[in-house]
Design a protein around this ligand. Structure first.
Ligand code: F6P
Length: 547
């Protein structure tokens, strides 16, 4: 049934060799590696377009890296990559291809699902989206009282919210006069707060749901439509509501005109869909030109990933390093720290991408697995994060490999703020690797005229063990193109890890369960009679109903 290679990674020779390598190398520090390996810094840096990726500050010797690359080869990663890019149905449990890459392809070669080349359709839908966006941005499209649109509200959740919201925020600098808002949570207070701020006469609502069956999105869209109709006539729906979905029938039932529907394909997964019509809010907020640049950047990263040898391949290298920590060092989580407020929601966005994709405990044969898969992702923007959770990364008991992402240039003229910002980034990676020895601590304390007893007491608390791993991604500038490439990089890292862990990365049955359960409990909350549950659940339901 599989269209991907199918190997238990722990049975591969390279995995066994890596276990041995771990035992032999575990006492060697990153600083030791810098001493023993000539040219380590240059060898562990990949420069690609505007990206400078330094992975030298890792507990990763030349030999370890060679074994990780062997692992990728033995797991037949190149064959998997070809299957991914050429429309094989690698989302086996949903019997679908995985082709978000087709949405940003340069169109030079056909990409087929079955025997249908999807590129002409992709281009036609994109063109429709761009024409529509231009009408809204230029003011040619009027609201029901003849005023131009100045506000857009994206109603969606999960992949139909996180990607568009994160990118719109990240590209705020490139934004136009339209004010974008995002409503996701089914909690009614979320949209009620928004409704206080917007004017129905000048607002366009985008109802975005791949399936058009998601409780949160349908509940929010229905309530917002009711609110809209308290001041506007029914006929005004056509000027103020558009939909993005694969489910054209359900959209019709909801009352959105066929002309206002932007279709998407089932071969685009929700968490990989910002490149499709799901990205309509991005396209409106920054305009088609910048949206196109976002796609181009992602397309360039796709080609880098598909065609570069593994040892020069940024997504592959980052995926392998992460596997090294996850499966051999026992690291439970990874932090992502972008040094810009524009990307403050990148960690939250990547949580869905990474954890919904690779949080799986059954392999491609349907068998439970006995090795670790999906990493836990967390993070926040730097330097804020330094004043929040960096203490634990520096001196805590847990191993937390961290990606530092920074940009050489700021977008505004900001005096010396950028130097201050990036000096923090660089200094943190240095400190995490080098730590601070007892000798240095004592010398520093001596300079403060402290008694020998006080120095003895304080020293252990001020020592930093160091040897804490980081990757640094230093990118020239936060442009739509570079942002597209950065997101695509992490998408491909997810893919590589899924291939090596022998799991299916493109379904999300765990989340579907939540959707089913919520409906069953909802009927208990709304009706007299309660279904059978465990005692704790029954008590919670009764407690809620008593208010
Ligand atoms: O959260 C689960 C999920 O299925 C995601 O994969 C998806 O992005 C989200 O729900 C929203 O789904 P839809 O776009 O169909 O409303």
């Amino acid at each position: 049934m599989t269209t991907l290679p199918n190997h238990n990674p722990t049975q591969l020779a390279a995995w066994k060799a890596l276990k041995k390598q771990f035992d032999e190398q575990k006492e060697t520090t990153i600083l030791d590696l810098f001493e023993s390996e000539t040219d380590r810094q240059a060898k562990c840096t990949v420069i690609w377009e505007d990206f400078y990726v330094d992975y030298s500050k890792n507990r990763l010797s030349e030999k370890t890296l060679a074994l990780l690359l062997d692992l990728a080869a033995q797991a037949e990663l190149p064959r998997a990559i070809e299957a991914y890019f050429t429309g094989a149905r690698i989302n086996v449990t949903e019997d679908r291809a995985v082709l978000h890459t087709a949405l940003r392809s340069d169109g030079k070669e056909p990409i087929s699902v079955g025997d249908h080349n999807v590129i002409p359709d992709v281009n036609a839908v994109k063109e429709e989206m761009y024409v529509f966006a231009e009408k809204i941005i230029s003011g040619a499209w009027k609201g029901y009282t003849g005023k131009a649109i100045d506000t857009i509200v994206n109603i969606g959740i999960g992949g139909s919210d996180l990607g568009p919201a994160m990118v719109t925020e990240a590209l705020e600098f490139y934004g136009n006069h339209l004010t974008p808002y995002f409503v996701s949570n089914v909690e009614g207070d979320h949209h009620k707060e928004l409704l206080k701020k917007i004017d129905p006469e000048t607002t366009l609502f985008l109802v975005v749901s791949k399936t058009f069956t998601t409780q949160e999105t349908l509940a929010n869209a229905t309530s917002i439509r009711q609110w809209f109709l308290t001041s506007a006539p029914e006929s005004a729906i056509a000027q103020h509501f558009v939909a993005v979905s694969t489910n054209l029938e359900k959209i019709k039932a909801f009352g959105i005109a066929a002309d206002n529907v932007f279709p998407m394909n089932d071969w685009v997964g929700g968490r990989f869909s910002l490149w499709s019509t799901v990205g309509l809010s991005i396209c409106l907020a920054v305009g088609p030109k910048h949206f196109e640049e976002l796609l181009e950047g992602a397309g360039a990263m796709d080609r880098h990933f598909r065609h570069s040898p593994a040892e020069q391949n940024i997504p592959t290298l980052l995926a392998l390093i992460s596997i090294w920590y996850n499966n051999f060092w026992g690291a439970e989580s990874e932090a992502i720290v972008p040094y810009t407020q524009y990307l403050r929601n990148l960690p939250a966005y990547l949580q869905q991408g990474i954890m919904e994709s690779n949080g799986k405990g059954v392999d491609r044969n349907g068998q439970p697995i006995d090795y670790q898969t999906g990493t836990i992702i967390w993070g926040a923007s730097g330097t804020n994060a330094q004043h929040a959770f960096f203490q634990l990364i520096h001196q805590g008991t847990k191993l937390i490999p961290t990606d530092f992402i920074g940009f050489k240039e700021s977008l505004h003229d900001t005096g010396d703020h950028q130097e201050k910002l990036i000096s923090n980034l660089i200094a943190q990676t240095e400190a995490l690797m080098c730590g601070k020895t007892e000798k240095t601590v004592r010398e520093e304390l001596k300079k403060n005229d402290l008694s020998p007893k006080t120095i003895d007491q304080l020293t252990p608390f001020k020592v930093f063990s160091g040897n804490r791993p980081t990757n640094t991604l230093l990118i020239n500038k936060l442009t739509p193109y570079n942002l597209g490439a950065l997101i695509a990089l992490y998408e491909h890292k997810i893919f590589v890890q899924g291939v090596l862990w022998n799991i299916y990365s493109y379904d999300q049955w765990g989340v579907e369960l939540g959707k089913q359960l919520a409906n069953s409990v909802l009927s208990d909350l709304q009706n007299e009679k309660i279904n059978q549950h465990d005692p704790s659940t029954t008590a919670l339901i009764n407690r809620y109903k008593k208010h």
